[in-house]
Design a protein around this ligand. Sequence first.
Ligand code: NDP
Length: 450
Amino acid sequence: MSDSELKKILTRDPAEKEFHQAVQEVIETIKPVLDHHPEYRQLGVLERITEPERVILFRVPWMDDGRNVRVNRGYQVEMSSALGPFKGALRFHPSVNLGILKFLAFEQTLKNALTTLPMGGAQGGSDFEPKGKSDDEVMRFCQSFMAELSHHIGQDTDIPDGGLGVGAREIGYMFGMYKKQRNEFSGVLTGKGLQWGGSYMRPQATGYGVVYFAAEMLAARNETFEGKTCLVSGSGNVAQHTAEKIIELGGNVIALSDSSGFIYDPEGIDRKKLDFVKRLKNLKRGRIKEYIDKYSETTYTESDTSLDHNPFWSMKADCAFPCAMENEIGENDAYNLINNGIKLVCEGADMPSSPEALKIFMDKKILFAPGKAANAGGVAVSGLEMAQNRMLLNWSAEEVDHRLKTIMKNIHQNCLHVADRYGLPGNYLAGANIAGFVRVVDATLDQGLI
Ligand code: NDP
């Protein structure tokens, strides 16, 4: 792609910086493919796959507990249905805007392609902040959000999933409203409760998948998790299950965080301590700071955005698992990780490494896994949830876990294989971007100019 083609894509929506970042990262790594396939350029594939098929934007009015009217903005970005019905997470967070959802939908399209399951790419959500709201407020918001979204989604067209700020509680409220609006009990959402259409292992799938992927990376170098110290940022769904699987495989998780700060436990967070974190975050909806009240040998450090680095990434460890937010690892953080001898960085979150950090990891040849490959286990099990819904049956937890492991192993192999084929051995970033891109583009071209 020429600079002018890229410029055209980027200048169309100048304020969408996260979307630009995601597109630029992919374009830089797929250059060898574009050189190999001049027809891709002639057929305008990049312009086609970076422009959403459809974007829905809507008003979400709801009433808080003080009977005040609140109005949030709802979105659904339907990026690509080349490989199957639109599929991607919903995100409820005050930072949500169109650019963030377009970046997530673009990443999701390539991620879903890597799973090889028949799923297109999408992403939706709202600038609603569930933190600090009562259950009743969250329910009223979810119902209002779904009252509109239900007109646009369906089990054959668009199947949203849980995501950041959208857990089992939110999915439950939205599923209830969809059913009422459409008079239809269908597999329209994934991440559902086990008793009403959910799949075993969906809550665990993203985090477990991240660690299965990292274990494959280590195994390719004849190493294991045994005795390795690990930093896991965040303390939500992905972080909890990443930590859980690392502990099970013999690794030592020494830190977790939330948006207010982080805890450091020099003795390591064992299974019992992690259960405390799960209860704290999932049931009490508390703050990670409360960990130090229970475990006194630990420290808590408040977030400080005035610093030019995040002290979380300055701690000495063998492996880093960013599992919270986009761009949480900046340039100085990447240097700090490397100076402290980090061996592996495996992304649980979507795009947690800034472009500067990515460049440093690549230049220093750190064992690095991009989120679109490493965290694909969540959407993969959501794909398996859709399959089970269609068949009106439930696979056992063991069966789903076995399938998840196989999918993560295959994604790992595919990334390595494709990177090798394009003369970039061991480069998982290029392998993932190229493998996902080719699959989406070939399907897009097969289906004509639509
Ligand atoms: P959750 O809402 O369950 O948890 C997010 C966690 O990140 C919370 O602990 C939150 O803290 C913390 N956090 C948010 N901002 C910051 C920050 N600036 N610094 C430190 N911690 C922060 O979300 P998920 O675990 O589901 O998602 C995490 C990431 O993984 C996102 O990037 C998401 O897109 C990605 N992902 C999730 C999948 C899934 O299946 N859930 C699948 C694939 C990707 P606080 O409580 O203070 O808000």
